[in-house]
Structure formats: structure tokens, C-alpha cells
Design a protein around this ligand. Sequence first.
Ligand code: LHQ
Length: 263
Amino acid sequence: MTFEHLLFSIEDGVALLSLNRPEQLNSFTPAMHLEVREALKQVRQNPEVRVLLLTGEGRGFCAGQDLSDRNVAPGAAMPDLGASIETYYNPLIRTLRELPMPVICAVNGVAAGAGANIPLACDLVLAARSASFIQAFCKIGLIPDSGGTWMLPRLVGMARAKALTLLGERLSAEQAVEWGLIYRVVDDADLRNEALTLARHLATQPTAGLALIKRSLNASFDNSFNEQLELERDLQRLAGRTEDYREGVSAFMAKRTPRFEGR
Ligand code: LHQ
């Protein structure tokens, strides 16, 4: 499949997926959703891929749903936005969160609506200094979706989550780091390189183990302490049976650099 609305490449174990509708600030149409879905399927199925890097082309990361085909004419039937979420957004968010590899998001510019919450489903979020996050939903009578109502209170606390979502004000990238919403801010000109360097580093690491770390931390929000201890036991059991564990210990004992393969 050739892609019209995104750029997609795989190199050095890193899949780079860049949203590519820059004139519309990479807002999502059904066609773009389908292309992202196909690219993510390739990421999942290709054993060469050990890290996913998600970003956007142009001056925006993603402005959420493309609203140009969402105008409800007076007298027209009311839309079923739930269907759109069920069909497109929820599967996207679940896929990013459950992908068994580290997912890096490089937020290259404004991230609004669903576009502000998609990064929160990723594992490591870097943002350009000029980027910003806007929970724009409240301005058009909607509620935050794409997992925002779940992630925001957990990341920044209820008081800030309510302020962000009820006011829809722009949060700068630096403030987003201060609030614990994202990991790191870098200068605009350095964002792509910094994100790629991080992705290439992770792709040389024991990525099967990293996937288990991600899984255990994601589960911790829902589990009791005892359930989490049991999950740690189960996932450590899996981790201990990877080739990379064998290689890691063996390299440590021999005082040599390990060569991990992600299995
Ligand atoms: C856009 C968009 C856009 C189309 C910028 N659509 N063209 C899920 C399920 C189903 C339905 C509903 O929604 C959802 C989830 C959602 O995501 S709802 C939230 C949808 N997103 C928004 O409400 C954000 C709308 N955009 C904005 O508020 C601004 O564009 C931001 C703050 C993102 C950027 O502002 P500026 O930097 O001033 O840029 P701009 O507004 O001039 O936009 C540049 C162009 O991009 C412009 O087109 P034009 O032809 O005039 O150059 C915009 O119309 C277009 N654009 N967002 N979502």
C-alpha cells in the first residue's frame, strides 16, 4: 500500500511514521486513519521493527479530527460521533498503548483535540520548544476523547486535568514537562534528530524486555499493589526466558558489550 497522508519508513529497527497533511495541521480524516492503521499493522508484523517513532510534517503535530467534513447543517440528522471513536480513535489508541515495543512521539508543533491525547498513548514524548497542547474539545461542545479523560488526571492530577479540559487553554511544551504530561522539550531544529537518536538507541536494547516494562507500568494504574506484584512475577518469568536476558547476563559476566536482538 502506498501512503498519501503519511510518510512511513523502516530503518535500523526504527519505524518512522510521520503524519503528512501539513496544510490541515495533520488533522485526521477517515483516509488518514486507515493509512495509519495499515502502517501500524506493518509495524506489528515486521520482526525487524523494534521501536516506533511517531511525528508530524509541517508546523503542527496533529489538530485532531478534521472538522471540515463535520459541519452539521441545520435540520440535518445529528451525527454519531461515538461511531467515529469506536471505528477509528479507540483502535488507534489501543494499538499504540499495546504495541509490544517502545513508542516515541515527537510532537513537532501544535497538538490539539485528539491530537493532544494521541501522544499520551505513547511511551516517551518529546516536544519541540514551540509545540503546545490544547484540549480543544470544550470549545466545540465535545468531551476529551482518545483516552484523555483517563490519562490526564493520572499524569497531571485532577485539578490541572479539569483546568486543561474545561478551559481549553494552550499549554506550552515546557509547561507540559513541568506538569509531568510529557518527558522532554528540545529545540525545534533538534527535535527530529534527538527523537531518532533516542529511537535508534532503544532499537539496540532488549526490546522484548522493554515491551514488558511498558506493559507492567501501563497495568499499574488499574491494579492493586498485590495484583501488581503478581503481574511483576509473571512478566519477569517471561523476561527471564528471552534470548536478550541470556545475552545481557552473559555479556555482563564477560565484561563485553551485549548484542541484543529483541527476542
Ligand atoms: C483544520 C483543523 C481541523 C480541519 C486546523 N480540521 N482543518 C473525534 C471523533 C469525531 C468527531 C469529532 O472529534 C473527535 C476528536 C477531536 O479531535 S475534536 C477536536 C478537533 N480539533 C479542534 O477542535 C482543533 C481545531 N483547530 C484549532 O483550534 C487551531 O487550528 C489550532 C489551535 C490547532 C492551531 O491554530 P493556528 O496555529 O492559528 O492555525 P489555524 O487555525 O490557522 O489552522 C491552519 C489551517 O489548518 C487552517 O486552514 P486554512 O485553510 O485556513 O489555512 C485550519 O482550518 C486548518 N485546521 N485544525 N481540526
